[in-house]
Design a protein around this ligand. Structure first.
Ligand code: SAM
Length: 333
């Protein structure tokens, strides 16, 4: 029940604006009506001689856009509330500092309330192991961690708890797809659920994309995503790409998204890349080490008998001193 003044409709707007100016308008409830009268919710006991009544009024929708304005944690901990989190489809994943662990449920609920497109929130304990899978713990919301992400008219089903997927690389997928020529043979050495392969096949016309991953779950999702997007040119396989790549034809393009250690696989990639072809390698590096790393890579490939040219772009900051780089490695001989 909300305390209201009963105001003739013709006086409604003037009474409302005066209440507002006086700081006496109750913004949590909506204005109601009763025949020729408006029921305006108030924060005081009486106002301007109008009749005061108690009425059942609908709650005013709060247009809060930041979950931090909604969550109920002690004021001294407010500044520890995370400002960013990852989203894949309708799943959010958030790192929670130790001091806020006991408020995880409330934090998750606040996030869901503010972001209507989210269905479920997990605490993110980090990416682990060779498969780069996330260690997730439920915070709020319902259903499985499996979800569907959309980009460039492609739908990609994934499960962050079972296979790695990075939604933030969509512009890289677009960039590479725009370079693919009709009839190219493409190999993705660390393919996950086949986001690169699927976008490439949707936006370009390669002959085939071989999609390799160590994680058997990745092959399952890659096949599913190819089928769902009506693509029949993705060949998904499970195993170590440094071995499986030797069963495949020479490639025009090779995608290498394993940013911690992709360079260790560059020799294998060059061995199966046509002269003139490009390997799209991602690498996390200390910014100060970039030049030395590239020189060293050219030298290491020369020792294996491959001439290369590297075109580098900084993709994003990884830590105060490190960045993620995209390196287009062209095989010249
Ligand atoms: C950073 S994820 C990239 C996944 C996908 N390309 C994407 O962008 O979402 C790296 C993937 O490489 C796989 N992987 C790690 N070592 C591998 C290897 N030797 N051969 C094939 N796949 C490997 C992991 O299982 C993981 O799915």
């Amino acid at each position: 029940m909300a305390k209201c003044i009963r105001v003739p409709k013709r006086e409604g707007e003037s009474a409302r604006s005066r209440l507002m100016a006086d700081g006496m308008l109750n913004l949590r409830a909506r204005i109601g009506s009763d025949g020729d009268f408006l029921l305006i919710p108030i924060l005081c006991d009486e106002y301007d001689g109008y009749e005061v009544v108690d009425a059942e009024l609908r709650e005013q929708e709060q247009k809060v856009t930041d979950y931090r304005d909604l969550v109920d944690v002690p004021p001294e901990l407010k500044e520890l509330l995370p400002t960013s989190f990852d989203v894949v489809g309708d799943v959010a994943m958030m790192k929670i500092p130790d001091e806020l662990k006991q408020y995880r449920g409330d934090i998750g609920k606040a996030l869901l309330k503010v972001n209507r497109t989210l269905r479920i929130v997990f605490e993110d304990h980090g990416v682990k192991g060779d498969f780069r899978i996330r260690d997730l713990e439920h915070m709020a919301g319902e259903g499985p961690s499996e979800t569907t992400h959309k980009e460039f008219g492609v739908v990609l089903t994934t499960d962050p708890a079972r296979v790695y997927f990075n939604p933030r690389l969509s512009s890289e997928r677009f960039r590479i797809a725009s370079q693919v020529q009709d009839g190219d043979v493409v190999i993705d050495m660390f393919a996950g659920v086949a986001p690169f392969g699927t976008v490439i096949c949707k936006l370009a016309s390669p002959e085939v994309v071989y999609s390799i991953d160590l994680n058997p779950e990745a092959e399952h999702f890659a096949r599913y995503n190819a089928e769902r997007n009506h693509i029949d040119r993705i060949v998904a396989m499970t195993g170590d790409s440094s071995v499986l790549i030797y069963d495949l034809p020479m490639a025009d393009r090779i995608v290498m998204n394993l940013p911690q250690i992709a360079d260790r696989f560059l020799g294998f990639a060059m061995d199966r890349l046509k002269v003139g072809g490009t390997a799209y390698m991602y690498k996390i590096l200390e910014r100060a080490d970039l030049e030395r790393f590239c020189d060293d890579l050219v030298w290491r490939m020369a020792e294996l008998g491959f001439g290369i040219v590297i075109n580098v772009s900084e993709l994003k900051t990884y830590s105060p001193t490190m960045s993620v780089y995209s390196m287009d490695v062209v095989r010249t001989s």
